[in-house]
Ligand binder design. Structure first.
Ligand code: ADP
Ligand code: MG
Length: 729
């Protein structure tokens, strides 16, 4: 087995960077070339169909059958001309992966000839045989079938399927026959529509020209890259996406030199390659750089409308995995693949923009717009404050549980960073709203609102330790897991902000009806919101132990385990919120909760099994062999009359015995605990038992195994070591 490790190392070390050539000289020549985008549609569709489609994209409306037929024809012609042989509805089931079911573009006729087929019906609706996707009991309750339907707001695209052919992928929703959502996209679109409605209504107090508000997302994606041979020499990485054992390397990230270092050539070639492919798919990838941990990197696209940004992120992750294969790498999106160094997040940069081109979270130099900015800002703060536990639930997963609160990662406490000057401006508001206005007074001037933008411009302070940070013209939710589909979080964030804006409108309308002056009423409401919610604002080091204590004093939640976090979805307030906004029905929320729990149980169960297997079949067996070698050495020494010199060797033998025994006992007990957990007969109880009783064994077993790694001869150690996985490139 140790041979396997050295063979893998030899292979990894002998690899060279692959040459990569750009698809064309100018980006403009290939950007979006693999998408059925606006330009293509304009060229291939009749003016009438084009108009109908763009309308449907704008308003989320339906398209009739005739138009669908025309679009399907155009799409097929375009795809076939580019080498496509198949088409598929591409969707995001609740497994967290993307799914596709490929159908050929042609039918075989009675006389055995192939004819091309792809009609409007196949475009807007496809029935995948999807009975194995999780539905949390929904499909049993309602109807056994699920179908997928085209989401015209996200362009269809071509994917190379490896063997030469290409597949036309049609971004789709996935719903049960009776209309219940079985995917991430359906409720996301509903949450975004709810936000549009309520944010537009609030914008109307400031500018009548605003008729649409679009939520925007720029997800920064962190990931690790390791050589393929080394990856396959680590069964834990293969099975669970993370290393369950491994002693920290002598050089970890203490020096932080990787962060500023140059990107290794092989990795660079991989990045350039997947960026070209991403550009062809119209994914606006923009930055690439090293992250803090060795072997860790980041890719960030330019922000887009949320639904599109999420499709693009899911697609990008797929693409990266495929391209990595070509470069003999494996990409790890797991939130915590290596203990003791940074994990990977997906920072969700989020804001809202109007059809008039205004970013609602960007401070403006115009006083009236400043008040609008404050209105949206404070409402977001209140939404997050009032629903912090729901946001926490939206990022709960087995993987993220290892990351939150660990090395260089946001804690499980939701807090908001606004920056010193903005906080000061809000504090001022608290005092200033008491002022009385005289005739002729400029209300903005008197309230000091005109000074906010200049305050902000001077202040570029950053806080990298806050889970939810205001970064000048957007919020950045940093606690989202690297492997997650951002939809869970975006469904919650956009829903709670929509709900809060509705509340604000109600509060304001009541005051306006009572004859209050608009600007003063707004400021007074904002002041009240601020006072009620400011305990969630935190400017200090979010990674410190002091903050954990301080947050507890402030009464903020710190929900560490996923099953506990997920329970918040079932609270009556949560169910009511989603239902009121038309985002998710009670049954849909309940099914999602059930699915998340099941995913959690499976993941922890796999980790636990892999751990037991590696501990017994790789580590303990190696330890015993090494112990034999030591025993021979000790015997030889005694034979030579060197009894004293044999003592340290005997000590080592004793230490190994002790550690082996602890490992063996704990693996046995862990297995017994798993059995108990599995037999509880209730998903929630099982999940909780996995989160505590089963997971408690992880650290104990790992501690002993990592100690053995330090004792046993490097030549004999079977598992690729941290320093090898992280530094061999
Ligand atoms: P930073 O240096 O703070 O990380 P960047 O300008 O690099 O800031 O942006 C990080 C991410 O935030 C990028 O994906 C970017 O497109 C995104 N972003 C910028 N403005 C917005 C916005 N208005 N809405 C959503 N995301 C945004
Ligand atoms: Mg950032």
């Amino acid at each position: 087995m140790a041979n396997f490790r050295f063979k893998a190392l030899e292979i990894a070390q002998s690899r060279q960077a692959l040459p990569v050539t750009p698809p064309a000289e100018r980006v403009g020549d290939y950007y979006g070339s693999n998408t059925f985008n606006n330009e293509v549609m304009r060229a291939l569709l009749s003016p009438e169909a084009y108009l109908k489609i763009t309308e449907a994209i704008e308003t989320g409306g339906r398209i009739d059958r005739e138009i669908a037929d025309e679009v399907a024809n155009a799409m097929k012609a375009w795809a076939v001309s580019k080498g496509a042989t198949h088409y598929t509805h591409w969707f995001q089931p609740l497994t967290g992966e993307t799914a596709e079911k490929h159908d050929a573009f042609f039918d075989i006729t009675m006389d055995g000839k192939a004819i091309e087929k792809f009609k409007g019906g196949a475009l807007v609706q496809q029935e995948p045989d999807a009975s194995s996707f999780p539905s949390g009991g929904l499909r049993n309750t309602f109807e056994a079938r699920g179908y997928t339907g085209w989401d015209p707001s996200s362009p269809a695209f071509l994917m190379d399927n490896g063997a030469g052919g290409k597949t036309l992928c049609i971004p789709s929703v996935f719903i049960s026959y009776t209309g219940e959502a079985l995917d991430y996209k359906t409720p996301l679109l509903k949450a975004l529509a709810a936000l549009d409605k309520s944010a537009t209504a609030v914008c109307q107090y400031f500018d009548r020209n605003v008729t649409k508000v679009t939520a925007t997302l720029g997800p920064e994606q962190e990931y690790f890259v390791i050589d393929k041979a080394l990856f396959y020499a680590r069964p834990d990485l293969v099975m669970s996406g993370r290393t369950v054992f491994g002693h920290s390397p002598a050089r970890g990230q203490q020096l932080e030199d990787h962060y500023f270092g140059t990107i290794p050539p092989r990795v660079n070639a991989f990045m350039v390659d997947f960026e070209f492919e991403a550009m062809k798919l119209g994914i606006p990838v923009r930055t690439r750089h090293n992250e803090v941990a060795p072997g860790q990197f980041e890719v960030a696209p330019t922000f887009e409308e949320v639904n599109l940004a999420i499709d693009h992120n899911a697609l990008l992750m797929d693409l990266m995995e495929k391209v990595a294969e070509k470069h003999n790498f494996k990409v790890l999106f797991h939130e915590k693949p290596f203990a003791g160094i940074n994990g990977s997040g997906k920072h969700n940069n989020w804001s809202m923009g109007t059809n008039t081109g205004v970013n609602l979270l960007a401070p403006s130099t115009k006083p009236k717009e400043s008040l609008r900015f404050l209105t949206f800002l404070v409402n977001v703060v209140k939404a997050v404050h009032d629903n912090a536990d729901l946001l926490r639930a939206s990022i709960a997963s087995a993987g993220n549980e290892h990351r939150l609160g660990a090395n260089e990662a946001p804690p499980a406490i939701v807090s908001i960073f606004l920056g010193e000057s903005l906080t000061k401006a809000l504090e001022d508001l608290e005092v200033k709203s008491e002022i009385s206005l005289n005739k002729g007074d400029n209300v903005y001037y008197k309230l000091g609102i005109n000074r906010i933008p200049s305050l902000l411009r001077d202040n570029t302070d950053r806080n990298r330790t806050s889970p939810f940070a205001f970064t000048g013209n957007k919020f950045e939710f940093r606690a989202v897991g690297g492997g997650a589909n951002s939809s869970s979080t975006m469904i919650v964030l956009n829903s709670i902000v929509a709900n809060q804006l509705n509340q604000f409108k109600q509060d304001l309308d009541a005051r306006l009806a009572a004859g209050e002056k608009k600007e003063l009423a707004i400021v007074d409401i904002l002041k009240k919101y601020y006072t009620d919610t400011k305990r969630i604002l935190f400017e200090g080091n979010g990674y410190s132990d002091e903050w954990v204590e301080e947050a507890a004093r402030r009464g903020l939640s710190n929900i560490k385990s996923s099953p506990e976090a997920l329970e918040v979805y079932l609270k009556p307030e949560s169910l009511e919120l989603f239902e009121k906004l038309g985002v998710l029905s009670h049954a849909e929320v309940e099914s999602r909760y059930e699915i998340e729990l099941e995913k959690y149980i499976k993941k922890v169960q796999i980790e636990s099994r892999v751990m037991g297997d590696l501990a017994m079949n790789h580590v303990v067996s190696t330890a015993l062999k090494y112990q034999n070698k030591l025993a021979e050495t000790a015997r030889s020494l005694v034979d030579l009359g060197m009894t004293e010199e044999a003592e340290p060797v005997k000590d080592l033998i004793r230490e190994i015995s002790r550690r082996v025994l602890t490992i063996k006992n704990n693996v046995h007990e862990m297995t017994e605990t798993r059995k108990k957990a599995n037999n509880l007969g209730n998903t929630a109880d099982t999940a909780k038992m996995y989160a505590t009783d089963v997971k408690d064994f992880f650290d104990v077993i790992r501690y002993e195994v990592d100690k053995l790694e330090l004792i046993i001869d490097d030549e004999d150690w079977p598992l690729v070591k941290y320093r090898e996985m992280l530094f061999v490139k």
